[in-house]
Design a protein around this ligand. Sequence first.
Ligand SMILES: C[S@@+](CC[C@H](N)C(=O)[O-])C[C@H]1O[C@@H](n2cnc3c(N)ncnc32)[C@H](O)[C@@H]1O
Length: 652
Amino acid sequence: MATTTTTTTTTTTTTTTSPHQDLLISYNLSSSSIESLKPTDESEYWKRKLIQLLLLEPSYVFPNDDHSMRGFYDTVTNDKIYVHGKEQRPGQRGIRSGKYALAGSLIMKINPLAAYYYDRARQPDFVVKFEDALQPYLNNNVKSLLVGGDRGVMYLALRVLFCYLYDAEFRMKVGNLCTHQREIRLDVEKRHLVEPIKNVIVNTLRDFLGAHDIGVSLYKKNLIKVCKKNWKFVDDVIAIVFINYFNLFNAKKQGLGYCLDPDFALINHSCLPNCTQFTSTSTNEFQVINTLPIFEDEEITVTYIPLGFPKEIRSYQLSLQFYFHCQCKLCKFDDNNDPFFSIQCNKCGTRIKSPSFKLILTSPNLAMRQHVCTKCLNNLNQVVYPKNIKIRNFFMSLILFFKSVTGLSFNDQDYFKFLNKEFVKYIEKFTLVELIKMLVNGIYQFEIPKMRRNLLKNLVEIVVSDKVFPLHTFPFNVIIRELDNMESQRESVISLQDGISRLQLKLQRVFGVDIPSDLTSMLTFDNCLFLDVGELLYQIVKFIINPDNENRSREISTIFGADTLATFCQCCFFFFKQVRLSSEVDSIEDRLVEVMELYDTLGLNDKLTIGRCLSDLFDLAELYIRVTESQIAVKSAIGFLIYFPIDKDDCL
Ligand SMILES: C[S@@+](CC[C@H](N)C(=O)[O-])C[C@H]1O[C@@H](n2cnc3c(N)ncnc32)[C@H](O)[C@@H]1O
């Protein structure tokens, strides 16, 4: 294993070795005449530079998986990680760990060159300058693309092209990548996505060149590289982008944009990944960190898709977007026991055998497969279980049709019945693949119909208290996340009841859905998730101590009796203390001082232990999470316990 190179990206201007040197000189496109423009007319400099690169750059050779056995240009291998499969075709490679790494180690650090950040200030200078040169032509053409995903991919593809032309090292690295060009060419649906993006790029470049005399003349003489072979290289760039790009987000999981980094793109997918990635808020630095321990020679993996969905949904997305079938440990789980579509014993929490996701999507009324829990011999109640299965069908139906059923004026009960019937009808009408496709689309677009918010909240309460389904399973995870997002958009807590119901939902989301479903979030995102819990508790405390709230003493005592305020303050202090995000440290410090002073001034019970307070809080959300004085143990979707240590210094 080689242990030489580092992962830093250097920007090197291409030295053009064009066979058309005479033309370059006659059209003032030689490197020296362009360079002479820079100090006096910068915008002209960048226009000409782009024309020069676009027209005469000789190296429009994008990798092609089918007959590509080129040498691998390795800038990834170092003393921690190495590339395997270098001698194989693009697609067969991956990154492995060179030595054992404790969870939480920094595996890769990247400063991405080709990225589309929503915040323009983050772009490398040459990308901004090239884009400025194209802007008037781009503005005209981009209107044909929908704002959002397609536009983002188009902007990223254009930037990959700029980097490819301008940065020799980037070009070498892109040569390593897998592109699935053949699959994309044969994929009718993908062509529908590619064509509009390609049209915008081609029309923009054509309009740009057509607006400059030199461009027009060279175009006429057919000396323009870009338009040869019907602009095939634009297809190539888009294929590279589709297979290798990823979303950038910060440690709070807020999206920052899209990126194609050829080093990061060598990491393969797993639905049970050992690494996660995020971008720093203050710089563009992008870090890959392992969330599970990694052994020597073990493959480094990340997830390409959102986790927390049944295998059929994950497989559909992976084969649709990346053209492979995942063989990870999670995908090899027994179909009747899918961790993200399972039923549990509502007494001891053991997973019980039940019809698989696939079967439910072919015959929704299938009965339970087991009537007694084999572990604790609990009788699986014949009223409670079917009732919860109906709620699950209703939620799936809502995800499938939410757009068409939002305005229906049924009362809640009839709406519930109607959607249950529709679900059965749809299953009879559509094939399994069609239904999965519709569900996937629904998941990404789903919003809670406003007038059904209370119905959904009541149903979630039933699911939480009946304990037939773990909350991280589909479709409950989708509904709980959306309900919580909806509640979080409302500003302040308006009554104690409102605060408590929001707190229950927040705790259910963080400890019942997010942490158990996505192991990648364990080390990085938990600190941010805890920030949201701390903030909500802070709002509740503020509401309770507000003298305008006349009923407060009577209301409060119904929660944890005389120690209600003390419990909330302890937990609020504890959750704020867990937040390690540097961007939040200052505001949290003020909150911590405020809560501490309040505790002292009001003379709240100082005998309360944090273990007891957290335990009460989780019980309030009906989560029954094991808490001791030294740790919180949350059960992950695949059954092992995730421990969060409790530090004595994190308590009041
Ligand atoms: C971003 S690339 C990852 C690096 C790639 N293996 C290479 O050699 O360049 C994505 C492609 O890698 C392959 N791939 C990634 N994860 C995989 C997995 N778990 N099983 C099989 N193929 C995988 C697929 O062909 C996928 O389209």
